[in-house]
Design a protein around this ligand. Structure first.
Ligand SMILES: [Zn+2]
Length: 460
């Protein structure tokens, strides 16, 4: 089958470039990147275009028509005739052998990109399924009762799930605005709210929280409001640059770390890549929703969906080394496949702290959590749930948002990890803490991102 050659090859074969105005230039040189081709003409122009076989440029070079010849390029008749006659290749043959080298990687990339959404869709249900945290939590408490860390880890994405329900529309809108910056420029017909859809999207992206009611009847004209918000956001970023220079997620991590160290907990940094068998050992077998959400690598490892397994191992090992009680914590990224990118984080940051041995009581757990959240300036309510089969869990809520589910051990799973003392533990998702603290509509604003810096949209 005759495949159309890449623009790159057409440029090489023709040795000339046809401008948009159909002026023929000589090609002095060209270089190619993964996607682009940059052509230097004999007359000194530099043109960068997509290295595509379907572009207008490619079509022009496949044809033989031109309007005039660039007088600065001083093209010889031979070169012009070469372009016109196209006798340098037999289309039927050359087309076939041509692009193999260049196209192969591109096809692979396209395929990979196409698989991504498919995999995501397959991995999760729809928006009506229970939040990840709930699913994982119920697994934990009813089947094998994972460590506090596990349950807590599970709740880390519950933040994403539950919290963002209300903000889903905003999130979707923001996500759309992110992926299609061009949409900002399209002026759609005016809607009932006098803001067009694209205008509303743009403004929502520029708003950090609920600072302005976009449905207010006396909203300033869009252009005015947009300019005002852009100026405000720019000033805020400059202020951060001149003063704190700290990323809010990193700063929160440091703050929590210092707090827990001051409370006698030793900090752990373990691998983000963990053996897949840890997942199985946590009781997350193939039937469980969470199992489908695990990012697996091809060598029997996975990106950790929670911190619990390694913390279990630490408790087991440190029990033989450190004085009682053993108090440990870890803060770091965890990963779970989410089908709804607009309201879930696939990459989130967990903190898990646990204490094993003396003083591992419910009272102490609640007091520690109180000091922790008070230190962070986050209000909360407790919802005790003591009718669980294994141990007692304490849900820490902020309004309707579950911040954490803490656990008072022991739980049966402890046996599998060689842990045989009472323990208490809790886990929090840091992005959710940021969302609450800063009243973000969208959890992504406080997450690892190239689109937001400290909640501020970076495309200003
Ligand atoms: Zn020229």
């Amino acid at each position: 089958m005759a495949d159309r050659p890449m623009l790159e090859r057409l440029v090489k074969l023709n040795d000339v470039w046809l401008s948009r105005k159909d002026v023929l230039h000589g090609v002095k040189s060209y270089d190619v990147s993964t996607k682009k081709i940059r052509i230097h003409t004999d007359c000194g122009e530099v043109i960068t275009v997509n290295n595509s076989r379907r572009s207008a440029s490619a079509r022009a070079l496949r044809n033989s028509k031109y309007r005039k010849v660039c007088k600065h390029c001083k093209l010889s008749d031979v070169r012009i005739n070469r372009f016109v006659a196209k006798d340098f290749y037999d289309p039927g043959i050359t087309y076939v052998e041509t692009p193999v080298k260049k196209t192969a990687p591109k096809k692979v990339m396209k395929k990979g990109m196409a698989e991504q959404p498919a995999a995501a869709a397959g991995s999760g249900g729809n928006s009506s399924r229970p939040p990840v945290g709930a699913a994982a939590g119920s697994n934990g408490s009813s089947t094998s009762a994972p460590a506090a860390a596990a349950t807590a880890a599970a709740t880390a994405t519950a933040p994403a799930a539950a919290t963002t329900v209300a903000a889903t529309a905003t999130a979707a809108v923001t996500a759309a605005a992110q992926t299609q910056p061009a949409a900002n420029k399209i002026q759609e017909p005016v809607t009932v709210n006098k803001l067009s859809q694209s205008q509303r999207k743009r403004l929502e992206t520029l708003l950090v929280s609920d600072e302005i009611d976009l449905d207010s009847p006396d909203l300033p004209p869009f252009e005015e409001l947009e300019a005002e918000l852009v100026a405000k956001r720019k000033a805020e970023l400059v202020d951060i640059y001149e003063n704190s220079r700290e990323h809010m997620l990193a700063q929160l991590e440091r703050d929590i770390s210092a707090f827990l160290i001051s409370k006698g907990f030793i900090e752990i940094k373990s691998s983000i890549l963990i053996p897949e068998e840890y997942i199985v050992k946590m009781g997350i077998d193939k039937d469980v929703e969470l199992s489908k959400q695990v990012f697996r690598t091809d060598d029997g490892k996975c990106l950790r969906p929670m911190l619990a397994p390694v913390l279990y191992n630490y408790l087991h090992r440190f029990d033989k080394i450190l004085p009682d009680p053993v108090k440990i914590f870890e803060i770091g990224p965890c990963y779970r496949k989410e089908s709804d990118g607009s309201s879930h984080l696939e990459e989130f940051t967990m903190v898990n702290f646990c204490q094993m041995g003396d003083g591992s009581t419910r009272e102490n757990l609640i007091q520690l959590i109180d000091e922790f959240l008070t230190h962070l300036g986050i209000s909360y309510e407790l919802e005790g749930d003591e009718c669980m089969v294994y141990g007692a869990t304490v849900d820490i809520m902020h309004g309707d948002l579950e911040l954490s589910s803490a656990v008072v051990g022991p739980v049966p799973m402890d046996m599998d990890w060689g842990v045989n003392k009472p323990w208490i533990g809790a886990g929090f998702g840091l992005e959710r803490l940021l969302k609450v603290r800063h009243n973000f509509k969208n959890i992504k604003r406080g997450s690892r991102s190239e689109y937001y810096y400290n909640g501020i949209h970076t495309n200003l």
